[in-house]
Design a binder for this molecule. Sequence first.
Ligand SMILES: [Ca+2]
Length: 298
Amino acid sequence: MKYRQSFDSPSGLASTAHASHSLINRNAWADDDDINRIHQKKTSFAWTSFFKCCFVGLLLAGIGLAIVLTFWLTSKTTATETLASTMGITSTSTTSTSTSTSTSTSTTSTSTSTTTTETTTTTAATASITSNTCTSGWTGVTILYHCTTCPTIYPNAYYSYTYVAIVNLTRISLVLREDVGCFAIDNVSVRSTAAPSVELISNNGFETGNLSSWTYCNPGGASVPGAGEVFNSLLCISLTLVPKSGSYFYCDGVVGYNDYLSQTFTTVIGQSYNVSFWLSNDAGNNNGTSAADILLSV
Ligand SMILES: [Ca+2]
């Protein structure tokens, strides 16, 4: 339509030329618009790309941060668990040590209480004893310790008594029989309560190695009479009988009859005395073939 009007008249040509110029201008404008639109599109595309890149970058940074946080939290949790585990092991070890100590203390206490057996008699009663050549003339007999079918006494047991003197010269006697094994006696002691540092019995621990200061009597002619002995002597072989102090003790394994070991000491009438000794027996309960009497007489 535009080309047919340009052949109708010159004015039409001019008009056509003007129109063509306008068209060119329009086309130029149109080109400018296109360029602007292209720029706008490019700019829009650039901003869009920029925002996309930022979004992708932020997304990747977020993922990276999440990974880092995950590793950090995981390692922290692991470290905490390791510490808790270590603390648990330490606590268990301490408890075990405490229990072991307590058991050891308890055992020591039991052993100590078994070692020492103390018997105290405050009232002295008189008794009659078998009359023989050893006991002839004895009166005012007070029996401190007595047993027949005597029990095993191990280790050494401590016996202590209080005695009120009735004369000025008092006798202490160890009357024993042990057909199978042996008795052992050590540290026979008599001390006045008024002067407790003074020992009234001589050779009371048998450390002379013999029976000096003592009177031995064997009325029945029994074999294997008692004697002051060193530990594990040939006369009274034993792995269990031991002196309470020093190297010697009185060992008596007399067979068939009683024998007597006595010593006298000076006393004051009405005065109280502490009488004590350590006794052991390595062959108890052997069917009535053992007996022991520790007694005082005048
Ligand atoms: Ca001794």
